[in-house]
Design a binder for this molecule. Structure first.
Ligand SMILES: Nc1ncnc2c1ncn2[C@@H]1O[C@H](COP(=O)(O)OP(=O)(O)OP(=O)(O)O)[C@@H](O)[C@H]1O
Ligand SMILES: CC(C)(CO)[C@@H](O)C(=O)[O-]
Length: 251
């Protein structure tokens, strides 16, 4: 089974007494690259690109008599929603109410708030309401996305920090209102860049890269550069990146 990666451009955090209603609002894009999921009878072990790992939301969902094999071009904790994708994939294999199961596990582990919903809907997804049942605006786009992973940032450490949360929510809500006035991918990229800068989440190196590439920003929540381009722009963009991964928006 395949589940797409999800890049969040901007978001706001909403905590509720009920786990299902806890989540984020915001906007992001899903990619044609993500995680491939296979299971075999085993002992509850999880492998990510052949390395034994512990991924909290996946562990919550995997029955003890199965092993899970995850394969991806993307590392964990890089703002590509790999924990959510893995949770959604394993939930689909074992439960009927898989979306609720995957979202709940992500929220309880602190590894994601909206990735699973976007990965289920697919495309350029604007999340209008936190949690489930979801309310989104889905826009199909025919664009390429070039990703360059520079380092790691664990989601949990950011979303549990109250000072960061206050700033994220102020800027995130404003970005969502601005996007809804003009819901285009170009406006999404402009607002994502502004969000990263104004929340203080922007990495210095990525900021420099964004100055030379239009329609680019930092993936939330990670130390990952991404840009949205047309096919004829891919080569030029790749020539200035460290380790580009070429993807397409999957709708
Ligand atoms: N080598 C590793 N590096 C980073 N995280 C790891 C590693 N091995 C296991 N993990 C686990 O993977 C999960 C990563 O979750 P996190 O939400 O930070 O990343 P993600 O889902 O890939 O990206 P996003 O920021 O888009 O949510 C955590 O539960 C973390 O403990
Ligand atoms: C919190 C988050 C940015 C982590 O990737 C994502 O789950 C989201 O957009 O809610």
């Amino acid at each position: 089974m395949f589940v797409p990666a999800h890049i969040t451009g901007f978001f706001s955090i909403h905590i509720d007494r009920e786990v299902l209603k806890t989540g984020s609002k915001g906007a992001g894009i899903t990619l044609n690259r993500g995680v491939k999921i296979e299971v075999k009878e085993g002992r509850g072990r999880i492998y990510y690109n052949n390395k034994k790992v512990d991924i909290c939301p996946v562990k919550k969902l995997l029955p003890e008599n199965f092993d899970l094999f995850l394969t991806s071009p993307f590392p964990l904790a890089s703002g590509l929603g790999m924990s959510g994708a893995s949770a959604l994939g394993v939930a689909k294999l074992f439960y009927n109410n898989f979306l609720e199961k995957a979202h709940t596990s992500e929220v309880l582990c602190g590894t994601g708030l909206g990735d699973v919903i976007a990965q289920y809907v697919k495309g350029f997804v604007i999340r209008l309401k936190p949690g489930l049942p979801f309310k989104v605006l889905k826009i199909n786009v025919d664009k390429y996305v070039v990703v360059d992973v520079l380092g790691k940032m664990e989601t949990r450490e950011i979303i549990k920090d109250n000072i960061k949360k206050e700033r994220i929510n102020r800027v995130g809500e404003r970005c969502l209102n601005e996007l809804l006035k003009k819901p285009t991918i170009e406006n999404f990229m402009k607002l994502s860049y502004r969000f990263a800068l104004e929340t203080g989440l922007m990495d210095d190196e990525i900021k420099e890269m964004c100055k030379t590439v239009k329609n680019s920003s930092q993936s939330m929540l990670g130390k990952t550069f991404f840009c949205v381009v047309d096919r004829d722009e891919i080569k030029e963009v790749c020539s200035i990146l460290n380790d580009p991964i070429i993807c397409k928006v999957i709708n």
